[in-house]
Design a protein around this ligand. Structure first.
Ligand SMILES: NC(=O)N[C@@H](CC(=O)O)C(=O)O
Ligand SMILES: [Zn+2]
Ligand SMILES: [Zn+2]
Length: 349
């Protein structure tokens, strides 16, 4: 008999939808699976205030195909010039659910990001005061720090001092990739949580570098050693329910046109929205923990963000299918994770 699992409709707590024709191409993949998503603000130019966030939200809803239901949860891009008043306006908007820290230079479209956390302390203090979550790309950018160590160093240099200063600040440590980050989040207070991607749960850095360099597996933070992958799997599937509740689903699906990845200087980001929930199901299935998928995908996130769990259900079937070589992405194409290969689970229509 075919194995199935039915869970409350999940949400994606870290997603890049891009804009324009590309947005229209990728949005249906997400809306098919997820009821809501925290939409990242690293557009060009970035989404730095409530007005821009409202306009972006309208464009997303306009791009949603008839008959699909999906709620975009908007975020603001923190710059050196974001003010405490911007935070109050975001909180009062009702549709902005977090403020995103991109250390300038850390990742795709982060040039306008924060150059020094000390420049925005009053703004962060206001987030703590009004309870608006601070969403963090947790990597330092110092040139002397090895790229594989940038997340761990961020914890000591930025995250710990910041939480000492603002102990009630609500923090989502985004797309964690290391044992260090998993342990840090597990031992921090209930105001600190993390998103985990499917790709960091499924692959270590060998996948990207052995047998030829695979630009479509390059993302930031970059894939790490196997010990780190295992620590992430333990965090989301382990025995301690209190620990597990601090981690939730965030795909970091980040589409880039094929030519910009298959390039002498390829950009960072993996496209996973086409198979997001099935990829996570593979992880939980391999760990013998399918019973823990629902909390990770559908309950822990809304609980942290103070939103209701979905009343709808989705069903996954253990039935293998082959991922297309590419998908349309505006005028271009995007190469999805597992292009031309199989995924073991699929969403039931
Ligand atoms: N994860 C990535 O490698 N890329 C993201 C940016 C980000 O989430 O850091 C993107 O916007 O392409
Ligand atoms: Zn990031
Ligand atoms: Zn991202």
């Amino acid at each position: 008999m075919t194995q199935t699992i039915t869970i409350a409709r999940p949400d994606d707590w870290h997603l890049h939808l891009r804009d324009g024709a590309g947005l229209a191409s990728v949005l249906p993949h997400t809306a098919r699976e997820f009821g809501r998503a925290i939409v990242m603000p690293n557009l060009k130019p970035p989404v730095t205030n409530v007005k821009l966030a409202g306009e972006y939200r309208d464009r997303i809803l306009a791009a949603l195909p008839q008959g699909m239901s999906f709620q975009p949860l908007m975020t603001l891009y923190l710059t050196d010039n974001t003010t405490p008043d911007d935070i109050v306006a975001a909180k009062n908007s009702g549709f902005v659910h977090g403020v995103k820290l991109y250390p300038a230079g850390a990742t795709t479209n982060s040039d306008a990001g924060c150059t020094d956390i000390n420049k925005v302390l009053p703004t962060i203090e206001k987030m703590a005061e009004v309870g608006l979550p601070f969403l963090v790309h947790g990597e330092v950018v110092d040139s002397e720090i090895d790229i594989f160590d940038r997340e761990a160093v961020f914890i000591d240099r930025i995250m710990k001092p910041l939480l000492e200063r603002f102990p009630t600040l609500r923090v989502v440590f985004e797309h964690i990739t290391t044992k260090d980050a998993a342990e840090f989040v597990a031992s921090a207070g209930p105001n600190v949580a993390a998103t985990v991607t499917a790709h960091h749960l499924l692959m270590n850095r060998n996948a990207m570098l052995v047998g030829g360099i695979r630009p479509h597996l390059y993302c930031l933070p970059v894939l790490k050693r196997e010990v780190h992958r295992q620590a992430l799997v333990r965090a989301v599937t382990g025995h301690d329910a209190a620990v597990r509740s601090k981690f939730f689903l965030g795909t970091d699906s980040a589409p880039h046109a094929k030519g910009t990845k298959e390039n002498s200087c390829g950009c960072a980001g993996m496209y996973t929205a086409h198979a997001a929930l099935p990829l996570y199901a593979e992880v939980f299935d391999a760990a013998g923990a399918l019973d823990k998928l629902e909390a990770f995908a559908s309950i822990n996130g809304p609980t942290f963000y103070g939103l209701p769990v979905s009343g709808e259900k989705v069903t996954l079937v253990k039935e293998s299918w082959t991922v297309p070589a590419e998908y349309q992405f505006g005028e271009n194409v995007v190469v999805p994770l597992r292009a031309g290969e199989t995924v073991a689970w699929k969403l039931q229509d």
